[in-house]
Design a protein around this ligand. Sequence first.
Ligand code: PLP
Length: 360
Amino acid sequence: MTKRIYNFSAGPAILPTEVLEKAQSELLSLNGIGMSVMEISHRSKHFVPILESAETGIRELLNVPENFKILFLQGGASLQFSMIPINFLKTSADYVVTGAWGEKAVKEAKKCGNVNVIFSSKAEGFKSFPHQDELNFSQDADYIHYCSNETIDGVEFKYDLDGKGIPVVCDASSDILSKPLDFEKYALVYAGAQKNIGPSGVTLVIIRDDLLEKVPENQFSMLDYRAIAKNDSMLNTPNTWGIYLISLVCEWLKNKGGVKAMQKINEEKAKILYDAIDSSDGFYSGHAEKEARSLMNVTFRLPSEDLEKQFVTEAVRYGFDGLKGHRSVGGIRASIYNAFPKEGCEALVEFMHDFTNKNS
Ligand SMILES: *Cc1c(COP(=O)(O)O)cnc(C)c1O
């Protein structure tokens, strides 16, 4: 087998080896049909069950109620920054901003109408999330938008935000499927697939039926959630390869015991890294406040930028990739999504100890 390295990339990110192997084994001939999944009609009897299995997989894993539709779109999570206000911003919308992605969502929404940023931790450097009782929603808000895990900053909400009757829209791109979600609280949850669900090029949208009814008449078809839902995500040709891989990832996750079991493993993995940071006598310092620490993206700094550069360079030599922080914030970021193995966290900690010994 070709050697796989420890891939800490924030996205597109590591996929389970079992999934890649299964896809490899079926690449030339899917279920013995003599064609790959990329070479058949999306309306064929060979593809339709794959779409169904991806949809059922997500529904079962996240316990999504019947009054929600599960859609596979394109355009990334970034298109949702626009598509959500285009469809649902009529009077005003409330945005909770705890990091760089939430900020981008605001920028797009402002092009559509009246946006109230009811919370932002930007001035403090995006290190925390607000508690429910700190949030005062606008009475006329059409919806509330927030990002459950800020991938760049490594800040993760530890609860499902309650809109108190106002529809809650959540960008869960980088922590979906890492833990259970309470769909009582949500009207729309979306996620680019390339962090924790599959390859890039697919966006998962889980949307409540009553929100679908609010899509304006005569909406452009490709921006029309209702039309897309009516056509089972096949208003046009979907990303068949991406959806196929998502179906395999769902199968893999189920075999691992589902998202609750995964959450426990994710907590263990993150603890290994955060403990190393906290016991380093300040050589490593975590970016996020302790209670806001992400289980998916562990962000930290070293005493100087030079040492950070050196850390990343030496890490590559040890077989660790993707540890450089996002270009906008610097530092180090270890992304440890579902598919990332615990041994990789242990190996990184060993490297961190060595690096401290040589450089402090
Ligand atoms: C990666 C990411 C995005 C952007 O996703 P694209 O699919 O590249 O558009 C948006 N939000 C969050 C939280 C992300 O992690």
